[in-house]
Structure formats: C-alpha cells, structure tokens
Design a protein around this ligand. Sequence first.
Ligand SMILES: [Zn+2]
Length: 895
Amino acid sequence: MQKKYNPIEIEKTTQFYWNKIDAYQAIENDTRFPNGKFYTCSMLPYPSGKLHMGHVRNYTINDVMYRYMRMNGYNVLMPMGWDAFGMPAENAAISNNISPAKWTYDNVSYMKKQLSSLGLAIDWSREIITCSPKYYKWNQWIFLKMLKKGIIYKKTGIVNWDPVEKTVLANEQVINGKGWRSGAIIKKKKIPMYYAKITNYAEELLEYINKKLPYWPKKVRLMQANWIGKSKGIFLAFLHNIKDPKKNNKLIQKGKLWIFTTRIDIIYGITFCIISPEHPLAIFAAHNNILLQKFISEYKNNNIDSNVLEKKSILTQLKVLHPFTNKKIKVFVVNYIIEESYGKAAIGVPAHNKHDFYFAKKHSLSIKQVINIKNKIYSDKIWQDWYIDKKNCYCINSKKYNNMSHKEATNAISTDLIKLGLGNKKNIYRLRDWAISRQRYWGTPIPIIYCNNCGSVPVPEKDLPVILPETCTPNGNNNLLKENKKFLHVFCPKCNKLAYRETDTMDTFVDSSWYYMRYTSPKLKNFMIDDNKINYWMPVDQYIGGIEHAILHLLYARFWTKFMYNLGLIKFNEPFIKLLTQGMVLNKTYYRIENSSNKKKWYNPTDIKITLDKKNKPIHAILKLDKKPVIIGNIEKMSKSKNNGIDPQIQINTYGADSTRLFTIFSAPPEQNLEWSNIGIKGANRFLNRVWNFSYILAPRIINIINLNIFPNNFSIIKLNDNQKMFRRNIYKILQKINRDMENIQYNTVVSGCMKIFNILECINSNTKYDNNTNTNNDTILCEGMSIFLRTLNPIAPHITHVLWKEFKYSIQQGDILNARWPQIDSLALKEEKEKIKLIIQINGKFRGHIFLKKKYTTDFVKKIILKDKAIQKYLIHPPKKFFIIPDKLVNIII
Ligand SMILES: [Zn+2]
C-alpha cells in the first residue's frame, strides 16, 4: 500500500479497471441481483461545452443512489445521453462559423471525458444523442401517429415570438413575459403552427398529479396543478337579437352571448360585459363604426407584448339581456386577451371584482352590491378586499337567492339557468395546447410535405426519417432549411409532382419527452422501443433534475407517456415514480461599476482576495490582479452572467473526484441549495487524507485478521469487554441512522455518519495502545468496523474505498466493493445496551472515564468497581473522601 494518498492516480487506475470489467453495464434480469430492477435517471444534459457544478451535483446524487441500491441487491440502471438539438448550438455555430453538428459532437466528446473523470456508474453502452436520425426518426413517427389521431393539428394563431431567438415559444416557455432562455420580451405574432393537444389530457394529468404521484415533491405537484388550472364554473347566456346582414340576417351565435364564470352567485351584480376584438359580436359592431374598426385592426397588428400593453376599451351600441332581470346590458370591446375557453368574453361585476370596480368608475357604470358579510359596510367609493370573499358571504339584492351562502347560491342559480336553457356547467383549464413548431434549423424536421395539388401530405412511414442536413452553417438571419434545395424539394408522395418540405422543426422538448424510454433499447433499429426491455425497466424508479423543469419538461413527458400508453405501445401511463428536484449551486459574486457604461462588471470569485471579520464574514474584497477593491454582491446561483461559476474540472484535477463528490454531498441536503466553499472542498480532501493515513497504519493488522481467518460471522462467540461492546453498539447505531438517511435521500447526514464511524475506529485504535490483553479482539472489531465504514462511504467516494477495500483484502471474500453487500445490522450488538448501564465517572467534577454495570446494583458495589478500575485508579492520587452518585448516570468522587 502506498504511504501517501494520491487521488489523481488511484482514481485513474480505478476508472480504468471499471471500464475493463464493464462494471456498470446493466442487463435485464441479471441473476446477481435478487431484488429486481431499479432505474435511476438524471435529466439528460445539454452539451453546452463543459460540465458545471450543477451537473456534478445532480449526477453525484444519482451515483450515490446507484451504488447504495446495487449494494442492496438491486439491478440498477443509470444511463446518460445528450439533449443535442436547440438554439444554443445554433447560436454558437453562428458566432464560431461552424456547423451546429460539429459544435455539438465536439462538446459531447469533451463532456463525456469529464463525466468519466467523476467516476460515475453510467452504463455508457446505452448512450443516446437526440440529434441522431436513429433517435429523432421516432419523434417523427410519433408525430405522424398523433396527427392521425388528431392529437397534433395545424392552426394559424397568435403565438409568442422571441425576437432574439427568432422563433416561437410555447406558453410554458414564456416566464413573466420573457423568453425562458433568451430573456427577451416576447412579442405576439400570427403564424401557422403545429400544436399538440395536451389539453385532451388535462383532467388525467391533473388527477394523477393530485392523487397518484405520492413520491413527487409537493411543490412540483402544486406547480403542475396550478399550471393545468382547473376551474369549475358555468357558461351563462345573454340573449340578444343581433343579426348579421352579411350572413342572411341570421342571429349571431343563435342569439346567445355565452360567457364563462366561476362566480355565478353574483349574477345579479352584472352591469356590463366585455368581449375580445375577435368575438363575432365585436366584428359585427365594427361594420359601421370606423373607430372600432381601427381599434380591432390595431389589436390584430399589435406586435407588442400584451403584458405591457395599455389596457383600452371601447363601448359598442350593442345590448344584451341579463338572463334573470332581462335588463339591457352594455357591451365593451377590450384590447386585452380574454381566454378562448371563457368564450372570448367576460361578465362585469364591479361591486365584487377589483378590475371591474375601476372599470365601472372610469366609465360611470352602476355598481350594485349583491353579496355581504356580517358586520361589514360596503362602500362603492373605495375597493375593499372582502368584496370578493366566497367563504363568509351571503347573497343580498338577489331576489329569491337572498341570504344563501356562496355554495347554496351557486347550486340554485346554476340549476335555474340550466332549466331556462341559459346555463351550461363546465370545467375549464388554464392549460393551452403545446405549440411544437419552431422556425429554426437545428431540430427534428417536421415530416410534412406541401403539394400544390394535394395540400399537406404526411411523409409516409417508410420514408422516415426525414434527415436534417448536418453540414449547414447558420448565419442567424433565416432558417437554413428554406435555402437548402436538396432538403426542400421533394416529390409528393400522393401525386408524385414536385412539392416542398415543411421547414419548421420540432420543439426540443419533444426530444426530451421520451428519451428515458429509449435508454432501455438504445440501438434498436426497427422500432422506437423493445417491448420486453421497456417493460422490464420502466417506469423510472427515481428521476432527478432541476425544479425549473417542474412544468415544462415534466408535464410534456407525462403527456407523451400517456399518448404512447393510449396507443398501446407501453404498459405504464406515468413515466417517473419518484422525483427529486435537487437544489442549486450558489456562489459569492463580486463586481465593479464601470465608469464608461455604468454597468456592472462581474469578477470570478477565484480572482478575488477577501478579508474576513471575526465571525468569518467577508468585510473587504480586492481583485488579485490590480489589488483594488471590488464590491461584494449577493450569493447567487452559479452562472455565466454573474461570472461566479467554479470549474469542476479544476477541482477534480486538484483534489480528486472523491473530494469533489464528498464536498457536494456533505455541504447540503440534495433538495436544498448548496453554497460553494473553498474551505469546504479542502476539508473534504483533508478527511480522505486522514482515512488513507489511518488505513496505512491499520492495514497490516486487518490483513492479519483476514489472513488468520478469525473474522467471526457471529460476534457472540468472542468475549468482548464492555468498551468493545460499546464501540460496536455505537457503530451499529450510526449505521441504523445512515440506513434511514439513505432511504430518505438525506445524503449529507450519511456523510456525517461515516465520519462518526471513522472517529470510533480511531478511538478503538488508540485504546489498543494501552490495553495489550485485548489487542486481537480490538483488531477484530476494527476489521468489522472498517469494512462497515468503507461500504457506507463507498457510494459517496467510490475510488478511495475501492482501493482500500482491496488493500485490506476484504475483496478476497466479498469481491469488489461495488458488488459487496450493504452492511447488515447486527441486532445483538444493539441489544446489549438494554441490560447494561453506562456510568460516567468524575473526580472532583472532572470527567475521568466510564464504567458499565448490570442494572441492579448497590452503592457499595459501585464504589468497589470504580476503585478496581485501572483507568480510574491513575487519577486517584488521594484516597476518596466522598462519593456523589446520580443513579444510572454519574458518580463524582471527591478526593
Ligand atoms: Zn400531390
């Protein structure tokens, strides 16, 4: 055994060894593992160039889980792939003047090396890359199936346009009015697009997220439920006799203006209605109204973000009738979007809706209070939040519904409206269909051909895949597919005349909607999945990724799975049983305000020297380069924009993968944010050095025990003294806690457990020095303890534990540590605690040791035992004067 811990060297040789024996290749029904399969999967990375600390954290968590489950007898699969299509590749290609394909493949090969240097238990034989035609062929195949089933359809509509990325974004990809990746303010644009009818699955997606995914984080479940946004309510009809002269004087919408509401209990408070400029009544009203015509055309041509648009309205001459009172109600056209699912119209109840309240004030409309709460006084002069209270209100000014609660009134009014033919109960959802066309080059081509004769013609299955030309170098102005004649021109599959291909590509979220299924048969040529293999591995037992995917990827993947299930392709209809959303990796930030531009210039923390105060808080920071001060910013997520990233490769090259892994696991529970710390990673490295140095001293003795073959299967046959029993008991107590923490994915405290076991081992060893008679038994419990320690530390630091396991010769009996059995609890070691009591011994109030006693004892017996104890004797420099005894706890001897 080498005297010095050399992580770089042992990690390299260990990884080489794992490769040689194909240590992590997962095979279905592998008989080595009695407990069945366990599929653990991290969200696949985007090949951006190099790994960042977020990747390291995510995959290390996954790797800890892999190794723990494998040692517990599970056939574990941990695959890896690349989410290779998308904008960043195109942008990088533009700035470097190369093809996105070359950029992507170069990055993948570099990042793969980096991942290997972390020592992850990845089954690389299952690697997939989504920009390969072998993979995206099946995106196209499913697209055609969805098209056939009406789940994919084409529609010209107003979409979110990202002016920086020059493409459309789905609603899920617009966050606070900005593009999820570019951060640009989103514009509205009207173009033809393909949509996936995720709304068909709204109820099922909601039902499962609410009731059938108990192992998903509450937060994610709530976010999805809110995004799907179910509202129970009713469509109510306002009668009118407005006829359209352009359509044979027929009544517009059969003489009924249908509007959805979730608050039918306030129906008597309706004093106006608003409709969208696209509503048939608005279009009719504009016939003879130039002002309104202008208003509507402005709305339609509006390329400004609707979120920052000034809200405007215009009164029409139209009147509709209140369903109960038959009073004439005014109708306004407004320029903001009213959801189609609400009927592109809304009721105005100014007394009980804040927005309507101010609207009514502005237009001098009447405000009519129709609900009240006890001891409250309504005033139409100022808005108060209780005006919308559902829980405590009762109806007033509502004729026969007076004094009814919200629930009673809702039921009674709904029933009456339905009887009158003026009501239609409905659940509506906030969820919109998923716009999947992207006006960009680097993506899966949409398999559609346009023919002047036949219109849109799906590419026949036998002609799949439609291959994306890989050699194009984007220039940033246009979708290159429009200029690529070889791609564009094609013969129509129906009439064989010259036609052209669709040039839009699919949203990259299509690629990530089912890749985890492809891992089960990654190389299959004639179909997307192999029945036997997918039914063995799926669903994923543990899925790991960032919370930022709570409603994007995680919702799409569930939808995709449900479609495949309905098509009969698979036997499960939810893809991920357990979900873990790991926290972010944070770091300090430093900046200066640039004089010329008044902008912040950010400096990397590695280039900064800080001065700490007594409480270790930074009080002053300078740039190492010019020794001049910089401003200390907030602690934020590591990012390029704040220049506060730490290159994991430098950490791996300096301290080793094991130290890097140990630091990331130890610093925070997986689900919480982790703050980078130089001191922390050095501490991790110091601990592993301590482990190595201790092992170096211990190795000959442990090897001796193993060689002598005196390591017992059952410790009850060796006569251990009380101290030895206590050490074993404490080790097993910690092991019990480690087991619980492992199951609860509290890996940070697993590390503290390992450290505690290690401290005990050091303690046993130092005891050995004084107590020659017990040497062999001490070495025997050290041999046991060290094997427990190495196995519990192995999932976190697999290289050093692999090497030490071999050095100690545990491998002779149990093989490589990665195949060793997870340490089992020795209940006998724990049990003895109940029979014996530990008494702490003090002399003149100072701790001097402890003794063990059987439960029932006399004071005289205690005194006798203490005075006999060699460890205590050396402190008894004077004869004892007095004994203070706290029963079952403590003895203080005064001398
Ligand atoms: Zn044709």
